[in-house]
Design a binder for this molecule. Structure first.
Ligand SMILES: NC(=O)c1ccc[n+]([C@@H]2O[C@H](COP(=O)([O-])OP(=O)(O)OC[C@H]3O[C@@H](n4cnc5c(N)ncnc54)[C@H](OP(=O)(O)O)[C@@H]3O)[C@@H](O)[C@H]2O)c1
Length: 365
């Protein structure tokens, strides 16, 4: 009798939680697309409905920085997997960003540009400074960012190159640190040719590792050109069957089981779970990889070989470090194509197809 009552209560609680979740997701589904524009107007990429085709150039209000923010005239921005995830029409995007419409209509996180104005509490920047970093809504003529999300752009680094760095570069750097990278170690980068992968290969080399890069046939030349010591074409060979062992697997893709990856890790090796293969991975494959990525770190807490997962954190020091590497020529931005802001919707369609060579950059002027 007691068990029956507990089950009844649990089912009721789950139903209530589900209804609450649906209510919140529905309530969050309003956005700013139909609000009359008042104030100074600028151009920006907006997404008012779900679907890659919904990304369009629109008039919008030029942002005004509050006391702690910096207003930047954006010169260049770059696309990340996150922008495509936020735009696609999938149930997971609707569950997270609003059932009917995307609550957030801005797109773009990475930016490089010139400081136009600063709030009264901002101490590190002044109008005219050339900066790069992270904000919400960099695909626009102007954007506002937190002071600690920006650093000074090294003088001989172009705005386009600087605009590729923040999210993908920090993800690669912090991922390798989660793998406890040391000079002389063997590092395998699975998914070596996208935004994160091209920085991952170069940073692992710069930190003294011997790097094996896994990529598709068409990108073999690219990974060689950025310094990979060995290349595995995943269309021809499976790295988990090679017999080679690695101290770190820097895994952007997650397309192998835990046991397959364990087989090619050294006894104390670390598999860094970065992502699920970018925008090429959809549907049930994505769900399977998300589940494995969630469970693997827990299961590996009982073994010497570790699986670690992480979320990229904004770090001023890391941005400076990456900018310096770019300035010294030890790191380079791999850019597949640069688009004008008006053509940014085409860049969304290109990113959505997957298999890119590095980053897509949007130039504002
Ligand atoms: N942990 C975090 O906080 C964090 C932060 C940012 C990004 N991420 C994640 O990191 C991942 C990479 O991001 P990105 O911007 O670099 O994406 P991307 O530019 O779309 O790159 C995806 C990479 O996956 C490769 N790939 C796809 N299928 C593959 C397969 N079957 N075998 C081997 N490689 C395969 C692609 O190589 P080919 O083109 O050669 O097939 C490409 O190199 C994404 O999943 C993203 O969500 C995580």
């Amino acid at each position: 009798m007691k068990i029956k009552r507990i089950l009844k209560w649990s089912a009721g609680a789950i139903l209530l939680a589900l209804l609450l979740f649906l209510f919140i997701a529905y309530w969050r589904s309003t956005n700013d697309c139909n609000i009359p524009l008042q104030g100074e107007i600028m151009k920006a990429i907006k997404v008012c409905e779900y679907g890659i085709g919904a990304a369009h150039i629109a008039d919008t209000i030029k942002p005004v920085p509050n006391d702690d923010r910096v207003l930047i005239k954006v010169h260049a921005a770059s696309l990340n997997s996150l922008d495509i995830f936020m735009t696609r029409d999938t149930w997971i995007t609707r569950a997270v960003l609003g059932l009917r419409k995307p609550r957030y209509t801005w797109r773009g996180r990475d930016l490089a540009g010139v400081v136009e104005a600063v709030g009264k509490n901002v101490t590190q920047f002044k109008p005219g400074d050339e900066v790069f970093g992270i904000c919400n809504g960099s695909l626009a003529d102007y954007a506002v960012a937190r002071e600690r999300a920006l650093v000074i752009k090294p003088p001989n680094v172009s705005f386009e190159d600087a605009a590729t760095l923040a999210l993908a570069g920090q993800t690669a750097l912090q991922g390798l640190r989660h793998g406890k990278i040391q000079a002389g170690q063997k590092v395998l980068v699975n998914g070596a040719t996208g935004g994160v992968g091209t920085f991952g290969v170069q940073l692992a080399k710069a930190l003294g590792a011997e790097v094996t890069a896994v990529c598709s046939t068409g990108n073999v030349d690219l990974v060689r050109s950025i310094g990979a010591d060995r290349v595995i074409d995943y269309a021809k060979d499976d790295f988990t069957k090679s017999g080679e062992r690695y101290d770190i697997i820097f895994d952007n893709v997650g397309n192998h089981s835990m046991s397959e990856r364990r087989r090619v890790l050294t006894p104390n090796g670390i598999c860094v779970l970065v992502g699920f293969g970018g925008t090429s991975t959809t549907g049930s494959a994505a769900i399977g990889r998300i589940l494995t990525t969630t469970i693997a770190p827990l299961l590996s807490s009982f073994t010497r070989q570790k699986f670690v997962q992480y979320v990229t954190k904004l770090s001023n020091e890391d941005l400076v470090f990456l900018g310096d590497l770019l300035q010294s020529g030890k790191l380079r931005s791999v850019i597949e194509k640069t688009y004008k802001l008006a053509d940014a919707p085409e860049a969304f369609r290109r990113f959505d197809q997957g298999h890119m060579r590095g980053k897509l950059v949007i130039k504002m002027d």
